[in-house]
Design a protein. Structure first.
Lengths: 257, 645
């Protein structure tokens, strides 16, 4: 009798929590983001690429989304800002790897600017098959499902069934398959784009340091370490220190600026 | 290591190499500037014959291009073991008042190892001003070369007399070497027979000079005409932002200065100012001369001495930004283009061909690069490969060739693409277009299966111009805008790097752990039911004892007896795995120790059960005060029984 009373009460609390969570999640994207996106698209259509880039940049800063970043890349490209354009498209692809337009734009830009696509390891390539967050959820769910299917029948004294073992084996298999992809996501988190033209790559993290070479805007590099306002990055051909402001990490935790 | 130093010396344009075995030449009319080494010939003893200077001039090696190879082949090495010697002299040793002399210090050590004191101990009235510094090599036998570092100072005196530069210590290879004293005699002005201090002159080209432009500067060493001067080697020009390299052979010419003709040795040095602004240029080189060995008659010694020039100011203009044309890669000068040549005029799509472009002209052609071909749909291109000859060779030759490797991707190409190229003409002060023109060619279709993916494929619909656009062309076009922003995220940081996601994993882990612990406990209790019975008995005992205490406090004998009996039953039930309500007096007594069973505790139990039976079966009514007095004994018994649970 008690259970029949508590179940709807628990369901109500659960729904309320979910509602609040979704409310907060939807509240993270302010209503003006849509307006900024529309204004940016209109400015782009009218040829005001600088204004369009500024609007898309603002929209992406408040609520990063694949479509906004894709459009920001287009606007930056039209402003002849190859580095920021490739950076925005890489971020869009980070969020939505299935978007063929973003992929085509990246190919187009790299071909045009004579830049090489990032050289990814096999597990990094695997990690691009799904959105980055999907791998983490998949690994989490499959692992706990497998553990649950191993542990729960014994605890709850369910009669042993083949499907228990089947689900557990499948869960473990999926979890094992996600591990390389998770490693790939982790490795790709260090990928970044050189934003400024002819960015000097220095031998030491100082302004007076010897310049080893200059990196073109849009070049992909891996972040290895950080010191003061300099980052140690490694491109396909060279490694050295660059100023932080001249390098953008694709998966940076900070908001876009 | 030694060979590396040797090679560096060569690259730095070392002095001329001359060995004792080298065939002599009589007139050193031409010297060899790019020759790597300068080896001072060993002392030569001339026959005390007539016209000694003319006949027995010191030998200077001809400019043999294999000098370095000969040295390497003979395994010559640099002598670093011999003790360092120092020499000091004034050149000339006698000057008129107001005239200049060169105070020259020569050390047989590498330049980098010599550390002079900050201030030289010059005598009063003698002013020394720092001049050039250079390094050369001389053979010392045993297939070894000895380094020789020369440091010069410009000296002038304020009065006549003999000035003695005292000996002073110098740090060489972290050891102290003493530079011997030297004397300078200053005579009155107008004293005849005194020669001028050797020095170089710089002749800059006329016209405006721009940053990045290469200039041919003439470095001149005046010949005193007494036959002692043989040539000039290792000329170079120093400046704050100057790149200097010798390009031409030295020659002897007659130049006019102040209306007079002077014989002089002239070398050309190419300099490239690296930035706009005022530049102070100083020329430096080694003069090769002969001199009579003091104390010996008719024995001449050839030697080289470091000389430099007075500073000359060069004004460098910045490159104009307006009017810059496409394809400008820093070419400054005047250039002409030969018709470009193709490796073949007929090629299959996908096969490479080369386009050779040759430039002629005067300017920075030695260090010129041609522009890369920008992205084209129908061509794949590679950066141009230039001439691998040294820059001074290219500059002397006056032409440079570049090779583009091109791959046609479509048989529709009828000519190579035009390659934008331009240069800056400093005389005109303007940029000049020199675009590499297209070269006609025939492109055949690629064999099936080799480049099919690059070939045009039909588009679902015609393009805006009515022409079908290939999938490849479509691929390399900027796509349109996204219509919707898409799903917004809070952060681009990967989910697995969020702390809350890792913390979230604790939730199922804790849940499953809790369930597991609960299951273990449950199984344990199932295997040990006495634990539950005892726990239940303890609870029941506490409850019944509480009731009994209340009843006692309320002077309710009936309730006290009931509570006491029930408490005894609860305390004894687990031992017999029985229901407490089913126990009778004998059962309770059974749980007491044998000695207590017949003692006062047993008596207490019997009295309480008897009273309860009396109450239950309607015995004679009593006030029960005596029963209530049993509470302390009851509590002691119950504590005892509880301890056994």
């Amino acid at each position: 009798m008690r259970k029949t009373i508590r179940a709807p009460r628990f369901a109500g609390v659960f729904c309320l929590t979910l509602g609040l969570w979704f409310g907060v999640a939807s509240g993270a994207a302010p209503a003006s983001t849509e307006d900024l996106f529309k204004q940016g698209s209109q400015a782009y259509s009218a040829g005001g690429f600088e204004q369009s880039a500024a609007l898309f940049r603002e929209a992406a800063a408040s609520a990063p989304a694949a479509g906004t970043l894709h459009n920001l890349g287009n606007a930056e490209w039209q402003c002849a800002h190859a580095g920021p354009a490739i950076f925005a498209w890489e971020r869009a692809q980070w969020l939505d790897p299935f978007n063929p337009n973003t992929r085509a734009n990246l190919r187009f830009a790299r071909k045009f600017a004579q830049l090489d696509a990032p050289d990814l390891a096999w597990y990094e390539i695997c990690s691009t098959w799904l959105p980055v967050d999907a791998w983490a959820w998949l690994a989490c769910l499959s692992c706990w499902l497998a553990v649950t299917m191993v542990v729960l029948p014994g605890i709850l004294r369910w009669r042993k069934a083949d499907w228990h073992q089947g689900v557990a084996a499948a869960g473990f298999a999926i979890f094992l398959l996600t591990i390389p992809a998770l490693a790939g996501v982790q490795a790709r988190s260090k990928l970044g784009i050189v934003l400024a033209k002819e960015t000097p790559l220095r031998l030491t993290p100082t302004a007076e340091a010897q310049i080893l070479t200059k990196i073109p805007a849009g070049e992909t590099a891996r972040l290895e370490r950080e010191r003061g306002r300099y980052l140690f990055i490694r491109t396909g051909t060279a490694a050295g220190w660059v100023e932080k402001a001249r390098f953008g990490l694709v998966s940076a935790s900070q908001k876009l600026s | 290591m030694i060979h590396l130093v040797l090679l560096l010396a060569i690259l730095r344009g070392g002095a001329l190499v001359a060995s004792a075995q080298t065939p002599p030449i009589t007139v050193p009319a031409i010297t060899s500037p790019p020759a790597p080494f300068q080896i001072r010939p060993a002392m030569r003893v001339r026959e005390p014959a007539i016209a000694p200077v003319a006949q027995l001039a010191p030998r200077v090696a001809p400019a043999t291009p294999d000098a370095f190879s000969a040295l390497i082949g003979s395994a010559a090495s640099i002598d670093m073991d011999a003790p360092v010697t120092a020499r000091a002299e004034f050149d000339p040793p006698t000057v008129p008042l107001g005239g200049k002399s060169i105070y020259r210090i020569v050390l047989t050590a590498l330049d980098e190892s010599v550390k002079l004191p900050d201030h030289l101990p010059a005598p009063d009235g003698l002013h020394l001003q720092a001049g050039g510094r250079g390094q050369a090599y001389q053979p010392v036998g045993g297939q070894k070369l000895q380094p020789q570092t020369t440091i010069i100072f410009h000296a002038n005196a304020t009065s006549t007399g003999v000035f003695t530069m005292p000996s002073f210590p110098v740090a060489v290879y972290s050891k102290t070497v003493t530079v011997p004293e030297a004397r300078l005699t200053v005579s009155a002005s107008g004293t005849p027979g005194l020669r001028e201090a050797p020095h170089l002159l710089i002749e800059l080209p006329e016209g405006d000079v721009y940053a990045g432009q290469t200039l041919k500067v003439r470095v001149i060493l005046l010949d005193p005409g007494d036959g002692t001067l043989l040539g000039l080697s290792q000329p170079h020009i120093t400046g704050e932002s100057i790149f200097s390299e010798p390009i031409s052979f030295g020659r002897r010419e007659t130049i006019r200065r102040n209306g007079q003709a002077y014989p002089a040795f002239i070398n050309e040095v190419v300099i490239t100012p690296m930035r706009a602004g005022q530049e102070q240029l100083v020329a430096q080189g080694h003069s090769m001369s002969t001199r009579l060995i003091p104390g010996q008659q008719a024995v001449f010694q050839s030697y080289n001495a470091l000389v430099d020039s007075e500073p000359v100011t060069l004004t460098v203009k910045p490159m104009p930004k307006e009017g810059q044309l496409p394809g400008f890669t820093g070419a400054i000068g005047a250039f002409q283009l030969e018709p470009p040549k193709l490796s073949t005029n007929e090629v299959r799509a996908g096969d490479p061909l080369t386009l050779t472009v040759t430039l002629h002209g005067d300017g920075n052609i030695g260090r010129l690069t041609l522009p890369q071909l920008s992205f084209l749909r129908e061509w794949q291109s590679f950066p141009p490969v230039g001439d691998t000859s040294p820059s001074y060779v290219i500059m002397q030759r006056g032409s440079a060739s570049f090779t583009y490797t091109l791959i046609p991707l479509s048989e529709r190409s009828k000519a190579t693409p035009a390659i934008p190229f331009s240069y800056f003409d400093p005389k005109k002060g303007a940029y000049v277009d020199l675009t590499i023109p297209p070269v006609p060619l025939t492109v055949k279709p690629a064999p099936p299966g080799t480049i099919t993916q690059l070939q045009p494929s039909p588009r679902p619909g015609p393009g805006p111009d009515g022409e079908e656009i290939s999938s490849r062309e479509r691929e390399f076009v900027l796509t349109g805008l996204a219509e919707t922003p898409g799903t917004a995220v809070g952060s681009l940081l990967a989910l697995q790097r969020h702390w809350w996601f890792l913390a979230l994993q604790l939730l199922p882990a804790l849940t499953l752990t809790g369930l597991w612990i609960w299951d273990r406990r449950r199984r344990y209790l199932e295997e040990h039911p006495e634990v539950i019975r005892k726990r239940r008995a303890q609870r029941g005992l506490r409850r019944q004892l509480r009731l009994a205490r209340r009843a006692c406090a309320a002077r309710d004998a009936v309730a006290f007896v009931t509570g006491a009996i029930n408490a005894l039953r609860e305390a004894c039930a687990p031992h017999g795995a029985a229901n407490p309500e089913a126990l009778v007096c004998a059962d309770v007594l059974q749980e007491l120790p044998p000695q207590e069973r017949h003692g006062s505790p047993g008596e207490l139990v019997r009295r309480l059960f008897a009273a309860a039976d009396g109450l239950r079966f309607g015995g004679p009514a009593r006030d029960g005060s005596d029963l209530l007095a049993l509470q302390p004994d009851l509590e002691r018994l119950l504590v005892q029984l509880k301890g056994r649970l």
